[in-house]
Design a protein around this ligand. Structure first.
Ligand code: MN
Length: 741
């Protein structure tokens, strides 16, 4: 029993779809041997199965679209991998098929091509400003490492334009505009004229249906009227060639609608004047013949002065070669003649694609980059012979091998940055203030470390905080000049400003013990002091104090005349000694020695965290004034503190602010069972807890156990505690401790 509508089994899907493959088969049979045709057919079956639930807007099975794209590639005689990739070009984007699967079934080359097309497809144009078309084109070119990806994308666009009629009117217009703004110039740059011209006419028809209709009508009418003249000129040319013993194939040539329209607009000419040109092409078999035919044409009809162009000696930037001339024809009508060899004609049609023309036997030895380079070399040579290589170099080489990376702002504007740029570079490119205040970044809406190198087509968003400041560590990865000089500048200024501020508070604090303040000091006293210390200004002195080069206590003693009553604090034990040096300087206006120094973590370079004990928010801490480095924060139980105990005047009691933000590095030691993938397991757990790993050292104690020393970034003691709890719970972890000193 067999019913016709049980179309669910693969076998019947195959039967139903098989006729759809006919067009591709007819094309590939012209140049591939049976095994290759078989492989392409397998790709068709796989694609048809993957897309079987989907339909095109026209109601046809979805697979008709990729097949049409593959047919276009085959018409251009592309290699087998490209034809297969064309058949599969939408499966990653639209079905559950993965790149991995394609690799397994059809090889890495095909998988890379499909992946490349998918990435181009994922770029959304909808919100992007029109004025960005130039950058958009560059970005698309920058994204394709293999030019065949762009070829498939152009063929994809071509077929979508051919079937645009099924779309909603507004969507139709948007796609048409995008085609004219983005894809037409790319096709032009690559010299693929056949594709370019069709995209232009389809785009024009969809964008301006009314103007298109009027022009088509006008052309139809004009064509009838001029048939006679066309035939007359064509036979005159043919006869003249025969008379002179020259060989060439004459064909009438109709101008494309879009180029007529553009010429009318550009030159403000009426239709009749633009269209009233009779155009012919003469194909010959050698360059020498081109010039001889040209001579005979200039004999047949008088040439229009100033209209002759020798694109053979001076090719166009995309490699186009031909002779162009305009003649005064019979009854005074202008006659445009193009003369070129068949080879030149092929290049004019296919551009860079001409280098893929499949040739049996030699294809595998000739990689895709080699082909592009060969094309570029050919064009370059032509240009150099013409003494004008600059335009080509600028336009083509930069397009194909760019040194820039193109990314989007959240509003859809394109930013052009140096290769290797990070979110920090991006932030400074937006605005210096954005750079200075950036704390985090989202790439394609996901949080990402600030050091992540950006890739073409990503959307980057910078998260800023009002009180944030640049981090010296950014200099390790920022690549743009703007970012680097801004970070350096900011840090330099910041250090001075903060050191002065800190110095002022320390000195005020000290003077308060003598019931004095800086504002009460007489200029005479200050001048003497500055001269003695060889300091240029009070600020310079305060900076020196702030940086820990000079003790506030000693300076204060010099400033206060002997005999002035002092309110001596009782010195009982370390705690008391500390409280003497507690400034409320940074935040409170009043000098209140009972307030500890509050640490926010964003103080800049005047406050730093000791590498020996790596304090994190939540740890009891203490500050220590260090010569040249401002205040260094240690944990209260740091072993190194013992030797500082003799210097109580350098101590500053410190505390964490309640809402400290940011990452703090901490070191942990993890003992693990030595098994495969253990580092990956531990790293994954750490990442899952939202912490960054800065550094890992593995030490194999013996065969069974290893010790990992890891430097990781955490937010707080609490964060660290839950992270350690998490690590303890994974199987290979035996022991985990925070290392100190
Ligand atoms: Mn497609």
């Amino acid at each position: 029993m067999n019913t016709s509508d049980s179309a669910e089994s693969p076998a019947s899907t195959q039967q139903r779809y098989e006729p759809l493959f006919d067009e591709v088969r007819a094309e590939i049979e012209k140049y591939f041997e049976p095994e290759r045709i078989d492989l392409i057919h397998r790709a068709f079956l796989f694609g048809a199965e993957a897309h079987k639930e989907q339909k095109r807007k026209s109601g046809e099975p979805y697979i008709t679209h990729p097949l049409a794209v593959a047919a276009i590639m085959a018409e251009m005689r592309f290699d087998m991998e490209t034809v297969i990739a064309a058949i599969l070009h939408d499966v990653i984007e639209d079905t559950s098929v993965s790149k991995q699967e394609i690799t397994e079934l059809f090889g890495e080359e095909v998988a890379e091509l499909v992946d490349g097309v998918t990435k181009l497809t994922q770029i959304s144009f909808e919100t992007k400003a029109e004025a960005e078309a130039e950058n958009m084109r560059k970005m698309l070119m920058a994204m394709v490492r293999d030019i065949r990806v762009m070829m498939i994308k152009l063929a994809d666009r071509l077929h979508n334009m051919r079937t645009l009629g099924f779309m909603r009117a507004d969507k139709r217009r948007r796609i048409a505009r995008e085609t004219l703004d983005i894809y037409v110039p790319i096709a032009n740059r690559l010299g693929i004229n056949a594709v370019r011209l069709e995209l232009e006419d389809l785009g024009f028809a969809a964008l301006y249906p009314e103007r298109h209709r009027v022009l088509v009508e006008a052309i139809k009418k004009a064509r009838g009227n001029r048939r006679e003249i066309v035939d007359k000129i064509e036979s005159s040319i043919g006869e003249r060639l025969v008379q002179e013993g020259l060989s060439g194939l004459v064909s009438g040539r109709e101008k494309h609608i879009y180029s007529i329209y553009q010429k009318m607009r550009r030159k403000g000419l009426p239709f009749a004047e633009v269209f009233d040109v009779y155009a012919f092409r003469i194909s010959v078999d050698s360059v020498d013949m081109c010039y001889r035919v040209l001579g005979s044409m200039h004999n047949l009809y008088k040439p229009v002065p100033g209209k002759f162009k020798d694109y053979i000696a001076i090719p166009k930037a995309n490699g186009y070669q031909s002779l162009h001339t305009v003649l005064f024809g019979p009854f005074g009508v202008p006659v445009e003649v193009q003369i070129r060899t068949e080879q030149m004609d092929k290049v004019a049609e296919a551009g860079v694609a001409a280098h893929w023309l499949y040739k049996t036997g030699e294809e595998s030895s000739f990689g895709t980059h080699a082909r592009v380079r060969e094309w570029m070399r050919n064009v370059l040579e032509m240009q150099q012979n013409a003494g004008d290589s600059m335009e080509f170099l600028e336009n083509v080489k930069i397009d194909l091998f760019p040194r820039e990376v193109y990314v989007f702002t959240p509003k859809g504007e394109i930013m052009v940055l140096k290769r290797g740029s990070t979110p920090v570079d991006f932030a400074y490119a937006v605005h210096t203030d954005v750079g200075n205040r950036c704390v985090a970044a989202k790439i394609d809406r996901k949080l990402a470390p600030l050091r992540t190198p950006l890739m073409n087509g990503q959307t980057v968003e910078v998260v800023t905080a009002g009180n944030a400041s640049p981090n010296p560590a950014w200099l390790n990865f920022a690549v743009t000049g703007k970012a680097r000089s801004n970070i350096r500048n900011y840090l330099k200024n910041l250090k001075t400003d903060e050191a002065v501020q800190l110095g002022r508070r320390l000195l005020e604090n000290e003077l308060a013990i003598h019931s004095r303040s800086i504002s009460q000091l007489s200029t005479g006293v200050v001048d003497v002091l500055l001269r003695d210390f060889k300091m240029e200004s009070m600020d310079a002195l305060l900076e020196d104090i702030g940086l820990g080069n000079r003790m506030a206590m000693l300076v204060a003693r010099r400033l206060v005349p002997k005999g002035v009553a002092t309110s001596k604090p009782a010195r009982k034990g370390l705690k008391r000694a500390l409280s003497r040096y507690v400034p409320s300087w940074l935040w409170g206006e009043k000098v209140d020695t009972s307030q500890p120094l509050m640490i926010k973590g964003t103080e800049g370079m005047v406050v730093s965290f000791a590498k020996c004990c790596r304090p994190i928010p939540g740890d009891p801490i203490v500050g220590f004034v260090t010569s040249g480095r401002g205040i260094v924060i240690h944990t209260e139980n740091c072993k190194n503190l013992a030797e500082y105990r003799k210097l109580p005047e350098k101590w500053i009691e410190s505390q964490w602010e309640d809402d400290v933000k940011g990452d703090f590095t901490v070191e942990v030691r993890v003992d693990v069972l030595n098994q495969r993938g253990v580092l990956a397991t531990v790293a994954a757990a750490i990442a899952e807890m939202g912490a960054n790993i800065d550094n890992v050292n593995m030490d194999d104690r013996d065969g069974r156990y290893s010790t990992m020393s890891m430097v990781i970034d955490v937010h707080s003691r609490h964060h660290l505690a839950s992270l350690m709890r998490k690590l303890r719970s994974i199987e290979p972890v035996i022991k985990i401790v925070r290392s100190r000193g």
